[in-house]
Write a protein that binds this ligand. Structure first.
Ligand SMILES: N[C@@H](CCO)C(=O)O
Length: 320
C-alpha cells in the first residue's frame, strides 16, 4: 500500500526552496520497527513496488527469497516526480531541479519522519545505487551494508554523454518517451545479448527483423507507463551522481562511511562499466577494509541486474 510523507521546506543542493515535497513509499514483509530494515532504491523507470503483484525485483525480494520478507522489513521510496504516486500534480516539470544527492537528502528526511536511524542494508541498481552511495555519504553511520549494483559513486563522462543524447531525444522528438527508450535499450543491453536473442531472425508478418520489432515494442511499452517529465527528471538525476562534489577528496568522503560496502557489477555493462567499479574498488581498498567487489557474468549488459537473479542471490546471500 502506497503511503505518503510530506517533506516541508526543503532547500535543494543548488539553493532552491521548495515548500512541500510529497514522498511516497511502500513497506513489505515485517511491519516497520519489528525487524531489520532493508531500503531498496528503484532505477530510472522503476518505482516503490519492489515485490508483490507488480514487483520489479521479485527474483530477489519476497517470502523465502534472498531478501526474505519473513525476516526483514523492506522499505522503498518513490523518487518524487517519478509519476508512480497516482497524482498528476506531483509530476515535476522543472526537470533539472534535483540531482542524486537531493534525492538522497529527501529520502533522509523521510527516514527521519519515520524515526528510522539504522538501516540493515541499502540496495539499488543503476541510478538507485547511485542514490544509495549518496545516502551513505550524507549519513555515514546510517547503513550497515551498502550494496550498489550496476552503478557507481559518480556519473562518468560516458554516462553523462549518453544521458545528454537521451535528453535531446526527450526534448526534440515528436514521440519522445518512445524514441528515447529505443536508444536507451541499446545501452542497457549488449551486442552479444541481441545476437543470442534474435540472431538476425525476421518476422514476415511484420515485415521487419525481430530486433526491430522488439525495440519498437519496448518504446511503446514505456510510452504507456512513464511520463515524459518523469523521464527527463530521472535522466537528469542519473547524469548527476557524485559523492565528492562540493566535498573534495574521494578518500576522505569514503573513509567517513562506516558501512560494509558490497559493490556488484555486470561484466558486460557498457553503461556503468565493471572496469570503472574495479577502479572504485581499488581506491576504496586503500582506505577501507570492509569492501567487496563481485561480478555478475552475463551477456545481458546493464539490465542484467533485472535478469540474472540466480547470480544476484548467490552474490548477496552472505549479507542477508
Ligand atoms: N531498465 C532499467 C535500466 C535503467 O537503469 C530501467 O528502465 O529502469
Amino acid at each position: 500500500m502506497l503511503q505518503e510523507l510530506d517533506i516541508l521546506n526543503y532547500t535543494t543542493i543548488k539553493g532552491r526552496s521548495i515548500d512541500q515535497i510529497h514522498l511516497t513509499y511502500e513497506v513489505f514483509g515485517k511491519p516497520l520497527y519489528t525487524a531489520p530494515i532493508v531500503l531498496v532504491n528503484h532505477a530510472l523507470t522503476g518505482n516503490s513496488a519492489v515485490c508483490g503483484e507488480h514487483g520489479w525485483w521479485n527474483g530477489l525480494i519476497g517470502k523465502d527469497k534472498c531478501i526474505d520478507t519473513n525476516r526483514y522489513t523492506v522499505l522503498s521510496f518513490n523518487i518524487p516526480g517519478n509519476g508512480y504516486d497516482g497524482k498528476e500534480e506531483n509530476l515535476i516539470e522543472e526537470y533539472k531541479i534535483f540531482n542524486a544527492r537531493d534525492i538522497a537528502a529527501i529520502f533522509s528526511e523521510g527516514l527521519k519522519l519515520l524515526k528510522i536511524d539504522k538501516l540493515h542494508a541499502v540496495i539499488g541498481g543503476s541510478v538507485g545505487g547511485g542514490i544509495a552511495w549518496e545516502l551513505a555519504a550524507l549519513n555515514p553511520s546510517l547503513i550497515t551494508h551498502l550494496i550498489p549494483v550496476a552503478t557507481d559513486w559518480k556519473s562518468t563522462d560516458w554516462l553523462k554523454a549518453n544521458c545528454l543524447v537521451q535528453e535531446q531525444i526527450l526534448l526534440n522528438s515528436k514521440d519522445p518517451v518512445h524514441d528515447a527508450r529505443l536508444h536507451a535499450m541499446l545501452i542497457y543491453r549488449s551486442p552479444e545479448s541481441f545476437k543470442q536473442k534474435f540472431n538476425r531472425t525476421y518476422n514476415d508478418e511484420k515485415d521487419m527483423y525481430n530486433i526491430e520489432s522488439w525495440l519498437l515494442y519496448h518504446g511503446e511499452k514505456l510510452d504507456g507507463r512513464f511520463a515524459l517529465s518523469a523521464y527527463k527528471e530521472l535522466n537528469h538525476i542519473l547524469a548527476n551522481i557524485d559523492i565528492t562534489k562540493g566535498r573534495g577528496d574521494f578518500d576522505e568522503v569514503v573513509a567517513s562511511i562506516q558501512s560494509n560496502i558490497h559493490i556488484i557489477s555486470v561484466d558486460s555493462d557498457i553503461f556503468f562499466t565493471a572496469e570503472e567499479d574495479r577502479a572504485t574498488f581499488k581506491k576504496l581498498k586503500r582506505v577501507k577494509q570492509n569492501v567487496t567487489h563481485k561480478i555478475i557474468n552475463s551477456v545481458h549488459g546493464h539490465d542484467a541486474f533485472l535478469i540474472e537473479f540466480e547470480q544476484l542471490n548467490a552474490l548477496l546471500k552472505d549479507v542477508f
